[in-house]
Design a binder for this molecule. Structure first.
Ligand code: ZN
Ligand code: ZN
Length: 333
């Protein structure tokens, strides 16, 4: 499959998809049930492949790789370190494979890569003069540590009945709704407003600018963030203080927002997996890294709640949006 069948590359080497990026139909009016069902259940859609992938991943973590509730009742360095290394291995394997294939082996060269260039030259903006080393440093030392710290606290809180827990058998529909839709919708709201806040000049300068050094991002740029940003980013899980849920749901939310950015910063619109071409769906967030002042919403395209549209910050990839963005950039110069 050739990239020119799906989009165009300009003279400067930037590729953009032909299709305009839109939102899922759940909150579109008038309500169209068939459209919602096909978006939810068919491939490619909201659940297939990535929605199911993250639910499957969280199920493995919860069923096989999380200590028992009895163990979690008391803080103990053994299980805390176990969770840290579990998360570290998970992120290293998944993003390691992505980075190795896309950037080291360059298996699909720059086909479907938004920015045609590979950023592999020494660059003094980054720690150790190299984007990949800088990204790994912040993702691991700060990202995995703070992700694990939230997970430790939340699991301890569930084990001690501090967070309200539902029984899956008694509330199967609520449990499925939470997993499939509500948790994602909550993350979209939390991410949009906290991300917008991070673009407030003082916070941007001292905190969020670290993530934005990655104008040509790769998988390891996903949670390459300042520790203060990690504390804000993962804090959405604290909603379970008041919203009745289940430890599985908390693990699902945390692992999805920790691992997902590897995809949403991969830099490629489509990935070749075997003979299949899988959409990574993150053109909107790529545009955020390129232009900064647009698309504050969740990284993956096809979000449920059109927050950027409502707040006038959407860049959907169209010519008009591009012109609007260029004018805005010129005004701020
Ligand atoms: Zn980003
Ligand atoms: Zn930003």
């Amino acid at each position: 499959m050739e990239e020119q069948n799906f989009g165009t590359r300009d003279k400067r080497g930037f590729w953009k998809p032909n299709e305009l990026i839109g939102y899922g139909p759940l909150l579109a009016f008038p309500i169209r049930i068939l459209k919602i069902l096909s978006w939810l259940l068919l491939y490619p859609g909201f659940l297939l492949p990535w929605g199911i992938f993250f639910i499957f991943l969280a199920s493995i973590l919860w069923l096989y790789l999380t200590p028992s509730m009895e163990t979690l009742k008391n803080f103990d360095l053994n299980w805390i370190l176990y969770l840290f290394f579990r998360n570290l291995i998970l992120i290293s394997v998944l993003w390691g494979i992505l980075h190795f294939r896309l950037y080291y082996k360059q298996v699909q060269k720059n086909k479907f890569k938004y920015n045609g260039k590979f950023q592999d030259k020494p660059n003094k903006n980054f720690l150790f003069n190299k984007q990949i080393f800088d990204n790994i440093f912040w993702s691991v030392c700060s990202g995995v540590t703070i992700w694990t710290a939230y997970e430790v606290f939340v699991l301890w809180a569930y084990a001690n009945n501090i967070f309200p827990t539902i029984s899956v058998n008694e509330n199967p529909i609520y449990f499925i709704l939470l997993t499939v839709l509500l948790v994602n919708m909550w993350h979209e709201i939390h991410f949009f407003f906290t991300h917008w806040l991070l673009h407030w000049p003082p916070l941007y300068k001292y905190v969020h600018a670290l993530h934005h050094k990655n104008t040509n991002p790769g998988p390891w740029s996903g949670i390459s963030m300042h520790p203060v940003e990690h504390i804000i980013y993962f804090s959405g899980v604290l909603i379970f203080f008041i919203v009745p849920a289940h430890p599985f749901i908390a693990i699902f939310l945390l692992s999805k927002i920790a691992i997902g950015p590897g995809l949403s910063h991969s830099g490629f619109h489509k990935l070749f997996i075997g003979k299949e071409m899988v959409n990574t769906k993150h053109y909107l967030h790529y545009l955020h890294h390129r232009y900064f002042e647009c698309n504050y919403g969740a990284g993956l395209d096809g979000s449920i709640i059109p927050l950027d549209k409502w707040f006038g910050t959407l860049h959907d990839g169209s010519e008009e949006a591009e012109q609007r963005m260029m004018n805005k950039l010129r005004e701020s110069d």
